[in-house]
Write a protein that binds this ligand. Sequence first.
Ligand code: HEC
Length: 111
Amino acid sequence: MRESAAPHLLRIAFAAAVAWGCCTEPATAEDPPPGIAPCVSCHGPLGTPTDSSVPIIAGQNRDYLLQALRAYSNGGRTGGMADVMAGYAKGLAESELPAIADFYSKLKPVR
Ligand code: HEC
């Protein structure tokens, strides 16, 4: 007789969710979300860029960062250097944005 795979799949889904950080504490400075790899070249590894034409995002409000990323991604932010950011924001999945906003909001801005 064939056993149902459902309980097994649920266990895998839960383990994966924990591994991806869904149900634990949000990211810390020691635990950068993988999606920020391309951001580092401009915003620096800790959200404080050396290029003064790039905004400091370390320590910025979490919700503001989230809204900004969504706006770049959906074309709601235009003008200035928004086009540069739009390309990178579109490269992120919506599900990655909260962890990224958490990560940068918890960093200390340094000049
Ligand atoms: C090529 C350089 C570059 C890269 C790579 C880059 N950014 Fe940016 N980012 C900028 C610039 C320039 C701006 C200002 C854009 C504008 O004028 O709206 C900006 C703006 C932002 C803002 C809005 C800040 C504010 O105060 O409103 C956020 C949030 C942000 N970037 C996050 C990211 C994230 C997350 C990534 C990686 C997925 C990333 N950036 C990759 C250059 C970059």
